[in-house]
Design a binder for this molecule. Structure first.
Ligand code: IFM
Length: 477
């Protein structure tokens, strides 16, 4: 089968036109603290849930940990120089909570904050806009020990941490994201347990999701109090959810998964309510007794921007009692109350994560957020693909990844033409890194990292992306 994301083969005429993005479109790349920094026990940093999880045998493929990762903590200068060489206009990174507030409570760790001050100053010095994410999954372990995100108090602790970072970096950073992908924190961390802290309880996952959003709302208020000019947003990972057929049972399965994957977050954050059908689906899991008066008003505190992470589509079918259970998604499940919905593969090309490549899904997703939820400026805060790369003569020709980016940028442009106020795009990821439960076995980077030598090699996709940024668009092929 031909890959719909691929440019035509050599010698085949490609009549795709050049595409130009709106002036000022923010071209960036993204990373996250635990995935690249390393220096896990340096500079006053204490363990997060991901340190504990990755050091627990059997949790991460091949026992990989983020102890060293890409050693970015010690290579900040050369890494930012590389970003500048690629022409990035913005860099999205996350702050490690246990690095700047060890233990998750109490005073700031000056050495930890200093690292981020140096990073931000280096970026600004190269004309690169820093885009700061406060929480990309590294909850300080002591906060997990007293309940983690299922505990309400964690939301208040998160707001305190937001104030502490805003006080230190608010004079230099304009764009602030509270949470990255709360679905993963809640439903992979506390539902299926394939992510840290590795707990498996549907009711806890739902509580965690609520308290993450409550923490987000409180943090937005804290950020605004500390820095009234900050541009504040949140990043959600969204999937179009398509029924495998038009049969009513399949359509209903899609409604349920859409509720858990997308509307669980979009509705409270942008409408101030939980969808009634989702609450009914979850009735056998929780009575929502953890939701207090005023929570939803806090959660829907107005934002300045919304970040969308897009990777793939879910295609689902009604439960089939005779079907083989799919181990990753089930037992325990990250879909509480809908554990028996089946995830169907269509036989279309997939990435090394086994995620279907579906660029039109990005158009659908961006249009939906804009048309059904908000007029706010949108940013694709992550989009990218893992493929197996090979270093040949010091080069990495990652044609599949390049094709993935190309197809998704065309989709992003189509969304803009359809009226979506899309203001920027961040490739995931700047460099290969620690891919959570997959350790270093999956490579998402535009820049190849040799984890023994820490040598970085920009892949073909990085060179191509640099040219996209230079042109502010895609050339005719
Ligand atoms: O690596 C992750 C990232 O941390 C969050 N979004 C998805 C990426 C690929 O799985």
């Amino acid at each position: 089968m031909s890959n719909p994301a691929s440019p035509p083969a050599v010698g085949v005429v490609d009549d795709r036109p050049p595409l130009t993005f709106p002036p000022g479109f923010l071209w960036g790349a993204a990373t996250a603290a635990y995935q690249i920094e390393g220096a896990a026990a340096e500079g006053g940093r204490t363990p997060s849930i991901w340190d504990t999880f990755s050091h627990t045998p059997g949790r991460v493929v091949e026992g990989h940990t983020g102890d060293v990762a890409c050693d970015h903590y010690h290579r900040l200068g050369s890494d930012v120089a590389l970003m500048a060489e690629l022409g990035l206009k913005s860099y999205r990174f996350s702050v490690s909570w246990p690095r700047v507030q060890p233990g998750g409570t109490g005073p700031a760790n000056a050495e930890g904050l200093d690292f981020y001050r140096r990073l931000v100053d280096e970026l600004l010095g190269h004309g690169i806009e820093p885009w700061l994410t406060l929480y990309h999954w590294d909850l300080p372990q002591p906060l997990e020990d007293v309940g983690g995100w299922p505990a309400r108090d964690t939301a208040a602790r998160f707001a305190d941490y937001a104030t502490l970072v805003a006080d230190a970096l608010g004079d230099r950073v304009r764009y602030w994201t509270t949470l990255n992908e709360p679905w993963c924190s809640a439903f992979l961390g506390y539902g299926s347990g394939v992510h840290a802290p590795g707990r498996s309880d549907g009711a806890d996952a739902v509580r965690a999701g609520h308290h993450l959003m409550l923490g987000h709302g409180l943090a937005v208020q804290a950020l605004r109090a500390a820095r009234p000019t900050a541009e504040v947003g949140v990043t959600v990972n969204l999937y179009p959810v398509t029924p495998a057929s038009e049969a009513p049972a399949d359509v209903d399965a899609a409604r349920r998964i859409d509720g858990l994957a997308n509307r669980f977050f979009l509705d409270p954050l942008l409408r101030g309510s939980y969808p009634a059908d989702l609450m009914a689906d979850l009735a056998k899991v929780t009575d929502f007794g953890h939701v207090r008066d005023g929570d939803l008003a806090t959660i829907s505190t107005p934002l300045d921007v919304v970040g969308v992470n897009y990777y793939s589509r879910h295609v689902v079918a009604a439960p089939d009692p005779d079907a083989e259970p799919e181990p990753y998604w089930r037992a325990p499940s990250c879909w509480p109350g809908s554990e028996d919905v089946r995830f169907v593969t269509r036989g279309v090309p997939v990435t090394d994560m086994n995620w279907e490549i579906d660029a039109p899904g990005l158009v659908e997703t961006l249009r939906r957020v804009h048309e059904e939820y908000t007029d706010l400026p949108l940013y694709v805060t992550e989009n990218g693909s893992a493929f197996v790369d090979e270093v040949v003569d010091g080069q990495v020709d990652d044609a599949d990844r390049l094709a993935y980016f190309d197809a998704h940028l065309r989709a992003a442009h189509e969304a803009i033409e359809a009226g979506v106020p899309l203001r920027g795009y961040f490739a995931w990821s700047l460099m290969d890194n620690f891919e959570w439960a997959w350790g270093y076995t999956k490579r998402f980077g535009m820049v190849h990292v040799d984890y023994d030598s820490q040598v970085r090699i920009p892949k073909s996709s990085a060179r191509w992306y640099a040219e996209v940024i230079r042109r502010n668009g895609l050339a005719a092929q």
